[in-house]
Ligand binder design. Structure first.
Ligand SMILES: C[S@@+](CC[C@H](N)C(=O)[O-])C[C@H]1O[C@@H](n2cnc3c(N)ncnc32)[C@H](O)[C@@H]1O
Length: 194
């Protein structure tokens, strides 16, 4: 397991990404083509910016990525990549203007609570973040838009997947190889907002 960690950690350094988490998006992208050229993407919980940078490269110079995080993110996109806007804010803040903007093609969320060590508490907080991400996605996505969201599994997880199914025509639970096998994190992918 340690080997796998080291592999992705080193690979992220080599590929010039600030976090190994980038491969959890890249794997899903290769399999499901979530992001397309010229897309407008909202990245919830974007710090330190690996997903934002990766998305900016995939969608290209005519695309746009808006990243939001509690912490100030300062990532730069790759050459020829999309315009990036980075906002410091809390996704529960109802005043956050970007959350009123409609017509995003993709909403990503790799948000995670500060882990407490208590599995149940961490699970409950993670589902809270995921539910808020789903609420935002259903508001800002265009019809047929996609949603890719991290959640820590636990007793409220099946309910979250069921709720996601109400809004998207295809829903999958994804566990990328780059996600540590001992971690309870998985990703819920909602494709084609109805
Ligand atoms: C695992 S990191 C994201 C890593 C990022 N996807 C990357 O590839 O660089 C999770 C982030 O979620 C953010 N987060 C947690 N709760 C949040 C909230 N209420 N509003 C905005 N961001 C939040 C944290 O500050 C943290 O930076």
């Amino acid at each position: 397991m340690k080997k796998v960690q080291d592999h992705y950690f080193k690979k992220a350094k080599k590929d010039n990404y600030p976090a190994r988490s980038v491969y959890k998006l890249e794997e899903a992208q290769k399999k499901f083509q979530i992001l397309r050229r010229n897309d407008k993407v909202l990245d919830l919980g974007c710090h330190p910016g690996s997903w934002t940078k990766y998305a900016a490269g995939i969608i290209g110079g005519k695309g746009r990525v808006v990243g939001i995080d509690l912490q100030q993110c300062r990532i730069k996109g790759p050459p020829g990549g999309a315009e990036i806007e980075l906002i410091r804010g809390d996704i529960f803040d109802p005043q956050l203007a970007v959350l009123q903007e409609a017509e995003f093609d993709v909403v990503l969320s790799d948000m995670a609570p500060k882990t407490s060590g208590n599995k149940f508490t961490d699970h409950v907080k993670s589902v809270e973040l995921a539910r808020r991400a789903l609420e935002i996605a259903t508001k800002v996505l265009r019809k047929n838009g996609h949603f890719y969201c991290k959640v820590f599994q636990g007793e409220d997880f099946p309910g979250f997947v069921e709720d996601t199914r109400q809004f998207f025509s295809k829903v999958k639970v994804v566990k990328p190889k780059s996600s540590r096998s001992e971690s309870r994190e998985v990703f819920v992918l909602g494709m084609n907002l109805v």
